[in-house]
Design a protein around this ligand. Structure first.
Ligand SMILES: [Fe+2]
Length: 233
């Protein structure tokens, strides 16, 4: 049976705006589990202009502990990571390696929403890609303005994650088609914020829409997580 891995979610109670507390987080876990997902990566937002690595890790550890103390077995397997927002000179940030998915060298990188991406951004990603497996978060979000920029970043060594709900829209599906041809798309995510069952249905819908490609992406995700540490395993 093929794996079903949600690589991008905001489910730690109070770690960011994805979950206001344990009640929401437990509902999120229940929705994820009921959808047949076997593994979810918790990727709270890391905003470098708001918090430093040390304080962020303390927040992640405490909220993860709270979550796991309430999760009943059997449940979905949970890994801890972060969604790291790009900032200038990110490649030199002290402690950056601690923001990788625990047990791996996989870094989920969120690109800025600006109309123009600086040369420094390309340099940063190129440099980071030599040390880490850099996965660009939800490339679907940037397709309209930055399609060729994303292609360039993938050529520089980055990989891509797509938010599964993007496949609900025919237009976006069409725009993403060329990215699905190669092996650079390594993960799908729900980017779950809040506990809306309807929004999670779109994560499952992608499996039907993508068929064999979905299975291939899941195999790549499983490989990325082969050494990952799990909160509850
Ligand atoms: Fe996110």
């Amino acid at each position: 049976m093929s794996r079903l891995i949600d690589f991008h979610s905001h489910i730690l109670p109070g770690a960011d705006h994805g979950s206001s507390g344990i009640h929401t987080s437990l509902k999120q876990i229940s929705i994820i589990h009921d959808a047949g997902v076997d593994t979810v990566v918790a990727t709270p937002h890391f905003y470098p202009h708001v918090i430093n690595v040390e304080r962020f890790l303390a927040l992640v550890n405490s909220t993860a502990e709270e979550l796991i103390s309430h999760v009943k077995e059997p449940s979905v397997n949970i890994c801890l990571g972060a969604e790291v927002l790009y900032c200038d000179r990110l490649e030199s940030m002290e402690g950056l390696e601690q923001l990788c998915i625990r047990g791996t060298r996989v870094l989920l990188l969120e690109l800025p929403m600006e109309d123009t991406w600086s040369d420094e951004l390309f340099y940063s990603v190129k440099t980071l890609a030599k040390k880490y497996t850099v996965v660009l978060a939800h490339i679907d979000r940037y397709i309209r303005r930055h399609k060729s920029d994303i292609e360039e970043l993938l050529d520089l060594g980055a990989y891509a994650q797509i938010n599964a709900y993007a496949f609900a829209s025919m237009g976006t599906r069409h725009k993403l088609a060329s990215f699905l041809e190669g092996d650079r798309v390594v993960a799908l995510g729900s980017d779950l914020h809040g506990a809306d069952t309807k929004s999670y249905e779109k994560f499952i819908l992608a499996k039907k829409r993508l068929g064999d490609i979905h299975d291939q992406i899941m195999e790549r995700t499983a490989a990325l997580l082969s050494n990952a540490e799990y909160l509850n395993k």
